[in-house]
Design a protein around this ligand. Structure first.
Ligand SMILES: *[C@@H]1O[C@H](CO)[C@@H](O)[C@H](O)[C@H]1NC(C)=O
Length: 368
């Protein structure tokens, strides 16, 4: 082949390679919520999301997490919700950006070693309630969110295995629990709100009939008080058995009629009134613990606080039923549309960089 022909072939091959990697779609062939259930640990793929060429880019981290990935730079995206002393929260890979802008790339921060993920620094958790019901396991609590790379004052966002483009937030993120059968089972449906120094994470039992409804993902602007009604108290650490909640968004009005709330679009502005208060189901057999006895093996916190310091944290109980997620959480900004908006700009950035590559190739040939 003549040298110019070779150059042309390389140019065309480069352009087709670039084109193949360009963002050509939004939706994956298989939605995240339909992937699995994977058998832990042998059945888990290195990355659950293998899509390339979609507007939100590729999965940030990985799902095969073990002792070699267990450090504070871990990008493990396999999470757990086992017990009061054993769960992980989705939080940013690095500080600096609002949760609502990076829900697709959140990673697992866990309360104990053994999951191949980052560890929540000692003292960051200041109150947690774990509840197991016939349909799900749930943790709700209070955290110094700056210790897990969430900005001070960030009201946060909502993560679930759906998302506006069905790739999930985080993309490729999966959640396991030993709370259903005693052995690791992938929770196909789960939701997690975090922000304003509070969090709630619910993993729904896939063997039960209404997992998708208990772990509903469409009320992303309502926060924990509506999606995971609870009696968590700052300063208290307790594990409870309980009845199941009403499905998020479903309530019984004063006349006894069962109604379904419709979340208004973000374009209509902040939600200042929801019009009902979510029922907090009865809980029983609550056992209280000191955090020092629960969260051992954690690295030192940013403030030098130890687990025992957290145990001594002042209790700021605001009365039964107050729980985490009331107040500002009720007006949190929606996340789904925000995620899609940032996807669009991501696609533009990707497109621009492809053009830049083609431009570099062309100018290299012209200059040759
Ligand atoms: C541990 O995790 C890493 C990163 O995901 C993976 O490459 C490696 O194969 C894993 N090791 C074992 C023994 O599973």
């Amino acid at each position: 082949m003549a040298r110019s022909t070779i150059r042309l072939s390389i140019l065309l091959a480069s352009i087709s390679l670039v084109a193949a990697q360009d963002a050509t779609g939004t939706y994956p062939a298989v939605p995240l919520a339909s992937k699995g259930p994977y058998i832990y640990p042998s059945g888990i793929p290195y990355k659950v999301d293998t899509d390339v060429g979609l507007v939100r880019g590729t999965q940030l981290g990985y799902n095969v997490c073990n002792s070699t990935t267990e450090n504070q730079q871990s990008l493990c995206q396999t999470s757990w919700l086992n017990a009061l002393d054993d769960f992980c929260l989705w939080a940013p890979p690095e500080a600096g950006r609002a949760v609502g802008d990076i829900e697709g790339s959140m990673i697992a921060w866990c309360t104990k070693p053994g999951h191949g993920a980052r560890l929540i620094p000692a003292g960051a958790l200041t109150g947690v309630q774990f509840t197991k019901t016939p349909d799900y396991v749930q943790v709700v609590g209070f955290i110094d969110q700056t210790q897990i790379d969430i900005l001070q004052g960030d009201f946060g966002g909502e993560m679930d295995p759906h998302g506006a483009d069905l790739r999930g937030n985080p993309m490729g993120g999966i959640v396991f629990s030993e709370g259903f059968t005693g052995a690791p089972v992938q929770a196909m449906e789960w939701h997690n709100f975090i922000g304003s120094n509070t969090f709630c994470l619910k993993a729904c039992d896939p063997a039960r009939p209404n997992a998708a409804r208990f772990c509903e993902h469409i009320y992303d602007r309502l926060g924990c008080a509506y999606n995971a009604p609870n009696r968590a108290r700052d300063g208290a650490f307790e594990a409870c058995a309980g009845d199941s909640q009403d499905f998020p968004g479903v309530y019984t009005d004063a006349a006894g009629a069962v109604r379904t709330y419709t979340q208004p679009p973000e374009a209509l502005g902040a939600i200042t009134s929801v019009g009902y208060t979510a029922r907090v189901p009865a809980s029983s057999s609550c056992s209280a613990f000191a955090s020092a006895a629960l969260y051992t093996g954690l690295p030192g916190g940013g403030t030098g606080a130890s687990g025992s310091a957290a145990a001594a944290a002042t209790t700021t109980t605001t009365g039964a039923g107050a729980g985490a997620g009331t107040g500002t959480s009720a007006t949190r900004a929606g996340s789904s549309s925000a995620a899609l908006a940032s996807s669009t700009s991501g696609a533009e950035a990707l497109h621009l960089s492809c053009l830049a590559v083609i431009g570099a190739i062309v100018s290299a040939i012209i200059l040759a």
